[in-house]
Design a protein around this ligand. Structure first.
Ligand SMILES: [Cu+2]
Length: 158
């Protein structure tokens, strides 16, 4: 049977397109975008990302790990009495249907005790463990994005 009528092609695209957009092929309802790490020549580095829960049940990021650093933690920057502080977040809630952005000035993944410098163009592997979705491994590109206004801020307290 030959199905070369243009209408069939359109139907096939519609039929195969739907499940892909739900990330069904990975089996995980958690999707990521805007994943990048800041270049670093010091002992610490930072990873930023946006995570979205496309599933029906609430989840939470409970731990992070990377083999490029001795210790990997989720940190949160907060403004208290006009002073920026950084503290370790034990978990980050990711309710069903919502996104959480890790971005300069807010949440970030802190790489502590880097085993080597991170240069733009490098990749690093980051493992995120979720309460329900389990472990997800991301490849994080090191990118030289818009320079931070306060480059030393993210390293405060380390
Ligand atoms: Cu930090």
């Amino acid at each position: 049977m030959r199905l070369f009528h243009p209408m069939f092609a359109i139907l096939l695209v519609l039929m195969t397109g739907a499940p892909l957009s739900q990330a069904a092929e990975t089996g995980s309802p958690i999707t990521f975008s805007d994943v990048w790490a800041r270049p670093s020549a010091t002992a610490t580095g930072a990873v930023y990302l946006t995570m979205t829960n496309e599933g029906e049940s609430d989840d939470a990021l409970v731990s992070v790990a990377s083999d490029v650093a001795a210790k990997t933690e989720v940190h949160e920057m907060t403004m208290t009495d006009m002073v920026m502080r950084m503290r370790k977040a034990d978990s980050v809630a990711l309710p069903a249907g919502q996104s959480v952005a890790f971005a300069p000035g807010g949440y970030h993944v802190m790489l502590i005790g880097l085993k080597h410098a991170l240069a733009a163009g490098d990749d690093l592997s980051l493992t995120l463990r979720f309460e329900k979705a389990g472990e997800i491994v991301l490849t994080v590109p090191v990118e030289d994005r818009s320079p931070s206004k306060m480059p030393s801020m993210e390293h405060m307290g380390h």
